[in-house]
Ligand binder design. Structure first.
Ligand code: CP
Ligand code: NVA
Length: 308
């Protein structure tokens, strides 16, 4: 059987994504009801490479491996020097002989592709400048728990057309959800990404607008992320005023259906892209969403590393 990398959602068939979600849901139920976990990864080791900081991704992968009976090794950026101290293909070749899977958080997406090309063990994207597939899938898991379905739901993303937005668009396309996005001019998703997804999923109900009110009026899910992603710190002063009209606040939430929920991948910059009132309010599901990073990771590891 070919090894199973989880680098990009567009390259993962919809039925495989559904299977991972189903395994994640089963493992979550088992853990919640019995406190126990199938020891699917007993004796297995996951190497976790981080070029950027992390709370959720690091802890969820380490806890997930622990729950499944395996272990994880945290590899800090300075230590490994991916592509500087040692070439990415050489790192991949070495790790593949020592561990059963590699999770990596990197700046350049190409490094994930190189790890996947040269490692004979599964490689998982723990966020790159281009995409964040584990986040998008944990988000869909959360939406499904809330609404009891995914098909037909409308997700409205408001803010920067960034890594999280790209993965959410592909995830929505894979699960027959409607995707709306509102960004400032100049911060839209790239035309080539939209063209590629529309070619893969011609029926995708997609719309974009510069006025956030145009995307929230029929939304089931309002979603935002930071306006300054990791690595863009030097652009902060320029970006903040441009994005100000895209804040998720009480007024914008009022323009959405009362049944809509609010999501944020976190970390949140409170009272910048989302107000305290909204993130701490009754429509926010951000903590369940963060906790589902653990549960989705367990399903993903079980499927791609343990053949579940
Ligand atoms: N949402 C997310 O990936 O969080 P971390 O950056 O803390 O891992
Ligand atoms: N877009 C953000 C996501 C953080 C989880 C970043 O890349 O920093």
């Amino acid at each position: 059987m070919a090894k199973f990398d989880f680098v990009s959602l567009s390259e993962t068939p919809a039925e495989t994504l559904r299977h991972i979600l189903d395994v994640a849901i089963r493992l979550k139920k088992q853990h919640k009801s019995t406190g126990l976990n199938d020891q699917l990864a007993r004796g297995k080791v996951l190497a976790c490479i981080f070029e950027k900081p992390s709370l959720r991704t690091r802890v969820s992968f380490e806890a997930a491996m622990n729950h499944l009976g395996g272990s994880a090794i945290y590899i800090s950026p300075n230590e490994i020097g991916l592509g500087t101290r040692e070439s990415t293909p050489d790192v991949a070749r070495v790790l593949a002989g020592m561990v059963d899977g590699i999770m990596a958080r990197v700046f350049e997406h190409q490094k994930l592709k190189d790890l996947a090309a040269y490692a004979s063990v599964p490689v998982i994207n723990g966020l790159s400048d281009y995409s964040h597939p584990c986040q998008a899938m944990a988000d869909l898991m959360t939406a499904e728990e809330h609404f009891g379905k995914l098909e037909g739901l409308t997700l409205a993303y408001i803010g920067d057309g960034n890594n999280v937005a790209r993965s959410l668009m592909v995830a929505c396309a894979k699960f027959n959800m409607k995707f709306r996005i509102s960004t400032p001019p100049g911060y839209e998703l790239e035309d080539d990404l939209i063209t590629r997804i529309m070619r893969q999923v011609p029926n995708l109900d997609f719309a974009s607008a510069h006025d956030p009110r145009d995307v929230v009026h029929d939304a089931d899910i309002l979603y935002t992320d930071t306006w300054v992603s990791m690595g863009q710190e030097a652009e902060k002063a320029k970006r903040l005023p441009i994005f100000e009209p895209y804040q998720i606040n009480a007024a914008l939430l009022k323009a959405a259906p009362a049944s809509a929920i609010v999501m944020h991948c976190l970390p949140a910059y409170r009272n910048v892209e989302i107000t305290d009132e909204v993130i701490d309010g009754p429509q926010s599901v951000v903590w369940a969403e963060a906790h589902n990073r653990l549960h989705f990771q367990k399903g993903l590891l079980a499927v791609c590393m343990c053949g579940a």
